[in-house]
Design a protein around this ligand. Structure first.
Ligand code: ATP
Ligand code: MG
Length: 363
């Protein structure tokens, strides 16, 4: 994984924070962010996302490591000397102030003149599509509008970096979908380098230029949404981003060609380059396959499974399959397809997939 790039705007280097628990909350995190990039920090609850963001914001001093912005390590700078815009899960608007006063708050702290403040507040409200809302109070706004005021308040100071910590998690599902596009749109128009924390893979996949997947304080992988989905670097990433079936498999070579088998039944042939480095015959591996990549056909001597049940979910049918050793898999089929016809509960079916649809890891 090449983490360095000559055009890096921000370089996070071995960033570590230890609250004094069993292991550091953030553990030697390193990656680069280019100017104008929208980076997602994605991972399960407790993996260290907010802690990472708080170190950026200057609310926590790293135990070790550096945050280098424009060539300078900023970790010893106080929060107010970092040019950052912050938006948290709770919008934390001042209830007694109008929308315009809320947005103007950071400019007042910076002693910006009255006319300039007025014009920048108007610009920021326009950017979040809230022109004309300046005189309202937060209580007179919907949740989505309040969140947009919080974003306007963060971008009005023209920050070098925008930090967003789960900004959509308090909104209902529909508003969340709308706000995803709005936030991405605002970011694209303003070009502000953005670090967006979420535990929602869908949010990360749909909004981000690149996603940094964290687990237990460590970076598992950083890549574009397509990269982390199609070329998961670890089983954790494959399981956290989308669904993945895991088939235990044993490696053998026949006339120099690698083959995988599950309890004596052959799996689709792996490509040699997809095998973990240095895998020897007899190695216990784990083959990961996305539900939509599994093909069903009549039993033919290859890997077979028994259909447990199928569930119609509208655009597709989810089929639960059981391998000989009780391992279950899920396949997604198109309703009305020949495969869907085969997927009758109790039926024995052959499973296959394209070699390129299989990721192989050491078990
Ligand atoms: N103030 C604190 N004191 C001690 N431990 C803390 C403190 N804040 C967080 N932690 C621990 O540090 C780890 C990382 O927490 P953090 O808040 O960064 O996680 P997160 O990825 O943002 O999770 P979530 O998705 O739930 O917001 C967790 O194990 C958490 O319990
Ligand atoms: Mg958090």
């Amino acid at each position: 994984m090449n983490l360095s790039s000559p055009t890096a705007h921000i370089r996070i280097d071995q960033l570590t924070f230890d609250y004094g628990g069993e292991r550091p909350a953030v553990d030697s995190l390193s990656f680069d962010i280019a100017k104008g990039e929208f980076i997602g920090l994605l991972g399960p609850s407790g993996c260290g996302k907010s802690t990472t963001l708080r170190m950026f914001a200057g609310l926590l001093a790293p135990t070790s490591g550096q945050i280098i912005i424009g060539g300078q390590d900023i970790v010893s700078r106080p929060p107010w000397e970092r040019n950052l815009g912050l938006v948290f899960q709770s919008y934390a608007l001042f209830p007694h102030m109008t929308v315009a006063q809320n947005v103007a708050f950071g400019l007042r702290l910076r002693k910006t003149g009255k006319d300039e403040t007025a014009s920048r507040v108007a610009d920021a409200l326009r950017a979040v599509r809230l022109e004309g809302f300046g005189n309202r109070r937060p209580a007179e706004l919907s949740g989505g509008q309040q969140q947009r005021v919080a974003i306007a308040r963060a971008i009005v100071i023209e920050p070098e970096i925008l930090l967003l910590d789960e900004p959509l998690s308090n909104l209902d599902a529909r508003l969340r979908d709308e706000m995803r596009f709005e936030i991405r749109d605002i970011q694209t128009r303003t070009g502000i380098t953005t670090l967006f924390v979420t535990h929602d893979q869908q949010e990360a996949l749909t909004m981000c230029d690149r996603i940094a997947v964290m687990n237990g304080g460590k970076l598992e992988q950083i890549g574009t949404p397509v990269e982390v989905y199609d070329q998961a670097a670890t089983p954790f990433v494959a399981n956290f981003i989308g669904r993945a079936n895991s088939v235990p498999a044993t490696l053998t070579h026949v006339a120099g060609t690698p083959q995988l088998s599950h309890h004596g039944r052959p799996l689709p042939a792996p490509r040699a380059e997809d095998l973990p480095h240095g895998s020897l015959d007899g190695a216990r591996l784990s083959a990961l396959i996305r539900p939509h990549a599994i093909r069903l056909s009549k039993p033919d001597g290859g890997l077979t499974a028994r259909v447990v049940r199928n569930v119609f979910v509208g655009s597709l049918i989810e089929v639960e399959l059981q391998l000989g050793d009780n391992q279950t898999l899920v396949a997604e089929l198109r309703p009305g397809s020949d495969e869907a016809q085969l997927a009758q509960p109790g039926a024995e079916v052959a499973l296959s997939w394209r070699p390129t649809d299989m990721r192989i890891f050491a078990a």
